[in-house]
Design a protein around this ligand. Structure first.
Ligand SMILES: [Zn+2]
Length: 243
């Protein structure tokens, strides 16, 4: 159905029309959301019984790039957002289901909380390294100009924040992919087919220099290999259960 629609009245090389993309989005949500919410509740039942597993899935109509992300609203509601180009560029339901499962993975594995803690630690470490360096430089040279020190320190803290934010990002991506594999399968999709969205040869940065979806979700071979392996493990377990 979507192969027929592809290219028909669709510009910029998108795979499907906005209408087909909206239908796909709703179709995938109706299958992935209940499975993901249940999985989240089971995972969190013991360690975080008050954890909010009721994720609101929205379309971000402002962002012009293909992207999907997990965030938290000011009132604490967990959110998964898809941009319109992302929905229009997916080649099949499995891709949207896998990406949705991946973003749920970030929420279920509490990656935002962990990244914030990590980022703060990174900022403190970089900040204290810089402060020690400044004090040492001043003690060696009493005439040293210290007017920029506060700004330098702030820059170091900001750099540290970013470093901390990135330090575990690959681990988080892989962890989310494993969760996505389970969720996509449980919702009746093919995770290996879906994960190929990540394997596209796309630039890591957009024309405006910002990190693209492929910049924040590096399409290395490890990712797809892990999805294939996880999927086979689930197959093996199912095989055992059938006996
Ligand atoms: Zn991710």
């Amino acid at each position: 159905m979507f192969a027929e629609e592809a290219g028909k009245g669709v510009s910029d090389g998108y795979a499907v029309s906005p209408r087909a993309a909206a239908q796909r989005y709703n179709r995938v949500i109706s299958r992935v959301e209940p499975v993901a919410e249940q999985f989240c509740r089971t995972q969190m039942a013991e360690k975080r019984p008050d954890y909010n597993c009721d994720v609101t899935i929205v379309v971000d109509t402002d962002m012009p790039e293909r992207n999907a992300y997990q965030t938290t609203a000011p009132d604490g509601t967990p959110i998964i957002a898809f941009t319109v180009p992302m929905l229009m560029d997916a080649r099949n339901d499995d891709e949207i289901a896998f990406v949705m499962g991946h973003e749920y993975g970030h929420h279920i594995a509490t990656h935002i909380e962990k990244a914030e803690q990590q980022a703060v630690a990174g900022a403190i470490i970089m900040g204290s390294l810089m402060a020690v360096g400044q004090a040492y430089a001043s003690s060696n040279n009493p005439y040293r100009y210290t007017g920029n020190d506060a700004q330098d320190l702030e820059n170091a803290m900001a750099a540290g924040y970013m470093m901390g934010d990135r330090a575990f990002s690959q681990t988080y991506e892989l962890e989310s992919d494993v969760i996505a594999t389970h969720l996509a399968r449980a919702a009746g999709y093919d995770p290996v087919k879906g994960a190929r969205f990540f394997a596209r040869p796309e630039a890591a940065r957009t024309e405006t220099g910002k990190l693209s979806f492929w910049g924040t979700h590096p399409p290395d071979e490890k990712r797809l290999a892990l999805v294939i392996q996880t999927n086979s493990e689930i197959d093996a377990k199912r095989g055992l259960q059938k006996r």
